[in-house]
Design a protein around this ligand. Structure first.
Ligand code: OAD
Length: 270
């Protein structure tokens, strides 16, 4: 057993040991809630429980490609609220950068479309935006790409952007339900088998295929869950560490244990 205590102290000891060279992260909306961005499924505060005003058949429809084709208005309304630029990265995002600076971060798989990992200074080649982002956009009918500035303008004015070529609706390259995940996601998946540590933060682990990544690490690779709720099959493996709480609080305690707290705060205050 690698992580005897299955707690913060044994985790910090393992991270500092020579056995731990390749850390892989899986992130969800819970790492950005302290930045002011709602998650999806938390009761009361989550996006899905606050979409009644958009008159959707069911909340997830806002991210369904067939629904968007019929009615893009709800998505554009939401995009206006979620558009990156208005939010500052969190302590947890700075922790990810710190892992990269310590040359421990191998890959940061994120479901988030807020681009806060990049904005916190995590190297782009370490980030896999599994559900895409607002960085680029295209026509859902003919796939023609659409100008970044024009798109921004449309989202700010809550106006539906239409393709210059065929008139089809334009959608940011966010992966909707019913769409394939990006190629770089598929190419990065095999690296999980060789990870020395998996840290899962701020996700309900309900959306597949992303959620299934947590099962792909080797049986000998310790897995850590940092989340408000106990999710997935954490606890099923001997070396699973479950740290329930707010990501920022747990990450800060972990950095204290590692002797990295000052560096963490310096990065966050940059
Ligand atoms: P969810 O809203 O499903 O889950 C967020 C998880 O984070 C929940 O377990 C919360 O309890 C937890 N959480 C919230 N705030 C937290 C905090 N400060 N510290 C620790 N934990 C916290 O969000 P995701 O799992 O990211 O897909 O959702 C997955 C996908 O479903 C999203 O990428 C999105 C959505 O439909 C698309 O848009 C394609």
């Amino acid at each position: 057993q690698t992580l005897e205590g299955r707690d913060l102290t044994s985790l910090a000891k393992y991270i500092k040991s020579s056995d731990c060279g390749k850390v892989i992260l899986m992130l969800g909306a819970g790492v950005s809630t302290s930045a002011g961005i709602p998650d999806f499924r938390s009761p009361e505060t989550g996006l899905y429980s606050n979409l009644a005003r958009l008159n959707l058949p069911h909340p997830e429809a806002v991210f369904e490609i067939n629904f968007f084709r019929r009615n893009p208005v709800p998505f554009y309304t939401l995009a206006h609220e979620l558009y990156p630029g208005r939010f500052r990265p969190t302590i947890t995002h700075s922790f990810i950068r710190l892992l990269a600076e310590k040359e421990l971060l191998h890959t940061c798989f994120t479901q988030n479309i807020d681009t806060l990992e990049r904005r916190a200074g995590v190297p782009e080649d370490k980030i896999i935006e599994a559900h895409g982002s607002f960085a680029t956009q295209r026509c859902i009918e003919c796939n023609a790409s659409y100008d970044d500035e024009k798109m921004k303008d449309h989202i700010f004015r809550k106006q539906i952007a239409k393709c210059n070529k065929c008139g089809g609706y334009v959608k940011p390259d966010i992966v909707f339900f019913g769409e394939d995940l990006p190629l770089n996601f598929k190419l990065a998946v095999p690296h999980l088998r060789t990870a020395d540590l998996l840290i899962v933060m701020g996700t309900s682990l309900t959306v597949h295929p992303f959620a299934s990544l947590a099962q792909m690490v080797d049986k000998t690779c310790p897995r850590v869950l940092i989340n408000l709720d106990h999710v997935g099959d954490f606890g099923a493996r001997t070396d699973d560490v479950i740290l329930l709480g707010k990501c920022d609080d747990v990450v800060r305690m972990l950095c204290k244990e590692l002797g990295w707290e000052e560096e963490l705060l310096a990065l966050w205050n940059e």
